[in-house]
Write a protein that binds this ligand. Structure first.
Ligand code: FEO
Ligand code: CA
Ligand code: CA
Ligand code: CA
Length: 672
């Protein structure tokens, strides 16, 4: 089943201005099509190193343009990870692989139990971070990996003579819940090869059933109270952990994205309230079918359980007994990642995207200041602060930026619009209903905000807007430069005064993705300083991250049909961009049916970790078969698990999400 695609469907029916409208006006004002000058390239002057505090141990930024030295890769539709010559790619931590010395063996027919899965690596690897041991090791550390969701076609073994997924049991629900969550893996590099240290005290599985605390303004709120927790201060599990963040005090942030997909009802009645509708909770049965065996996922039986999801969860990887904390001050949305930076004042600033068609970009600013060191009081920085939502305008700006913007405060008392709105009795309720508050204040509807990353020197912020398929099909024409909306773009902004906590900013588009091969009439977009060429074309930028030397890495989660709008773009991929020159080169191509997501480095940048998520997902697979009437694609895939990918097993086997470890044969910095 295609559970990851909820984010394509709009739930935002408010009247707020769509980002597309703003872009079109700005683009026409600037003569984007007329003179063929790209919006992005060279629009940013090389930023001065601001008073931008960096986490301890971060290597100094090279102020000059970053070195990008590899030979660009061609596209591919094969079933392999390919990297440039001079680089090695090693597979680590496959779904189902042992995490502990006594973990049950992974069974290649999908017949492991729910209990087994709780002791094995989870499924659908997404965001991750490498925490060096001793604060600086590039040979040993804790790799923390999100497991966003799971593919039932591959997770379960078909039962002979039974229809697909039948009999549907509590153990299957538990197995699915345990395939979700987060893995903490102690890893080290010996003789050039990275391995899991299976007898380490640090190894940990966090799943859809791990006890968690709820902190911040919504903790204890009546809307957070459930049968299992009448006080509203705790919940079991974290779900749909898409991308991530990390803090300078050594903790990991797992972000809950499409949580709504786990809730449904067996009551037979669509009893959703406005909040459930705005977040897209299933009206009746959910695709995951947990509500059939686990009452907390039946929203009629437990109407507040879904309010306990959609948050950012802080995990201390160095303390395997620690209780993860859901920080409600950061808002409840379909979180993609959390890009945390420390302002010159010492306040912590967190940028966050809400990944859905026509949803918003948010920013959190802590009230108090970061105290260098590990954890202690710093976690509370994520409990007391101001949450803002972005409004992008096209007002004229002197200099190179093309638009202005403002951060609108989402505060029950300080924002008169929200103060007067009876739907938000207090700040806790406002945060539970973050999307509704953002609708009310006129935030700008974006083309599915995915990852956000902050340039380590200039503090400029980049955000992938992955695509907006619902609008693009009707809008592909020469007069509309946002026809590339099938392919997405990257927006960037600079806060006024280079102050991360500013409430106004200037913005432009770093790159408008497109396909010059399929659309030669759009050749104007490739001329001059436009960065997209026949050699680096891609669609649907999603994962995004600066390394500490300022290279911008772009990962894609898009259409891999290699036909039509996507002809010549091949499988999902990872590219490397120079934020100053705008040059973009393809670095890696993934196997069949996957997306590439999640990125982390050792401190010396000589090892890079990248995730291959859902290889073998059928989606728009070039080999997608036409099935006989009455046979569903899920059934077909369950019966033919090797049909669309056999990665990563050399000898063939059902497809498994996994981490890929990239090193350079000469031991150098990745990307140089
Ligand atoms: Fe889980 Fe928006 O990607
Ligand atoms: Ca995904
Ligand atoms: Ca994503
Ligand atoms: Ca995506």
């Amino acid at each position: 089943m295609d559970q990851d695609r909820h984010d394509d469907l709009p739930d935002n029916l408010s009247d707020n201005q769509h980002f597309q409208d703003v872009v079109e006006r700005v683009v026409s004002r600037r003569g984007f099509l007329k003179n063929g000058i790209g919006l992005g390239a060279a629009a940013f002057p090389a930023g001065p190193l601001s008073a931008f505090a960096k986490p301890a141990g971060t290597p100094a930024l090279h102020q000059k343009t970053p070195t990008i030295g590899f030979t660009p890769m061609a596209v591919s539709s094969g079933d392999a990870v390919v990297v440039p010559s001079g680089y090695r790619a090693q597979v680590l931590a496959r779904w189902g692989e042992a995490l502990f010395a006594d973990s049950p063996e992974w069974l290649p027919d999908g017949s492991n139990t729910g209990e087994d899965q709780a002791r094995q690596i989870g499924d659908n690897h997404d965001g991750m971070h490498f925490f060096p041991l001793n604060g600086q090791s590039s040979k040993e550390g804790l790799l923390v990996v999100n497991h966003e969701y799971t593919n039932y076609e591959y997770l379960f073994a078909p039962e002979p003579g039974q229809p697909y997924l039948e009999p549907w049991t509590l153990d299957k629900v538990r197995k699915a819940q345990h395939a979700h969550g987060v893995s903490v893996l102690h890893i080290d590099q010996k003789s050039g090869k990275w391995e899991i240290v299976r007898d380490s005290k640090y190894n940990r599985r966090i799943t859809g059933n791990t006890p968690m605390a709820i902190s911040g303004p919504a903790s204890g709120h009546p809307l957070m109270r459930t049968s299992a927790d009448p006080e509203g201060v705790e919940v079991l599990g974290t779900l749909n952990n898409c991308a991530n963040g990390f803090t300078p005090w050594g903790t990991y942030l797992a972000c809950e994205e499409n949580f709504q997909g786990y809730f449904g009802t067996t009551s037979g009645i669509d009893a959703r309230d406005d909040v459930m509708r705005r977040y897209g909770v299933s009206p009746l049965g959910s695709g995951y079918r947990w509500e059939e065996h686990d009452d907390r996922f039946d929203y009629v039986k437990e109407p507040n359980e879904s309010n306990c999801f959609g948050w950012i969860v802080e995990i201390d990887p160095f303390d395997p007994d620690s209780v993860p904390v859901k920080h409600t001050a950061l808002g409840r949305i379909k979180h993609e990642n959390a890009a945390l930076t420390v302002a010159g004042t010492g306040r912590v600033v967190v940028y966050m995207g809400d990944d859905q068609t026509n949803d918003y970009i948010y920013k959190y600013v802590s009230d108090d200041r970061f105290i260098p060191g590990r954890k202690t009081a710093n976690s509370e920085l994520l409990d007391h602060g101001r949450l803002y939502v972005a409004k992008f305008s096209d007002g004229a700006v002197s200099g190179d930026f093309i638009g202005t913007g403002e951060w609108i405060l989402l505060d029950k008392h300080a924002n008169p619009i929200l103060a007067a709105d009876p739907r938000f009795v207090d700040q806790g309720e406002l945060l539970i209903k973050t999307r509704l508050a953002a609708d009310a204040v006129g935030a700008t509807k974006m083309d599915r905000p995915e990852w956000i990353t902050v340039h380590p020197g200039s503090g400029e912020v980049y955000c992938t807007l992955t695509n907006n398929s619902g609008r693009a099909a009707a809008n592909i024409d020469d007069a509309n430069p946002r026809a590339a909306n099938s392919w997405g773009q990257i927006v960037r902004w600079r806060e006024d005064g280079d102050a991360a906590e500013a409430t106004t900013f200037e913005w432009d588009l770093f790159v408008v993705a497109g396909n010059p091969i399929a659309f030669p009439e759009r050749a104007d977009l490739r001329s001059g300083s436009e960065q997209i060429t026949a050699d680096n074309t891609f669609n649907s930028p999603d994962g995004l991250g600066f390394d500490s030397e300022g290279r911008l890495w772009i990962q894609t989660d898009g259409n891999f049909s290699n036909t039509g709008n996507y002809l010549g773009q091949g499988n999902n991929q990872m590219l490397c961009a120079d934020p100053q020159s705008g040059e973009i080169r393809r670095f890696l191509v993934g196997p069949s049916g996957c997306e590439i997501t999640g990125i982390a480095w050792t401190p010396d940048l000589k090892t890079m970790f990248v995730n291959v998520q859902h290889p073998g997902e059928v989606g728009n697979h070039p080999n997608r078969p036409v099935l006989p009437t009455g046979v569903s694609m899920d059934e077909y895939m369950a019966a033919n698990p090797l049909a669309f990918s056999q990665w990563p097993e050399a000898a063939g086997g059902r497809p498994r999400s996994a981490t890929v470890v990239i090193t350079k044969e000469d031991g150098g910095v990745i990307g140089t």
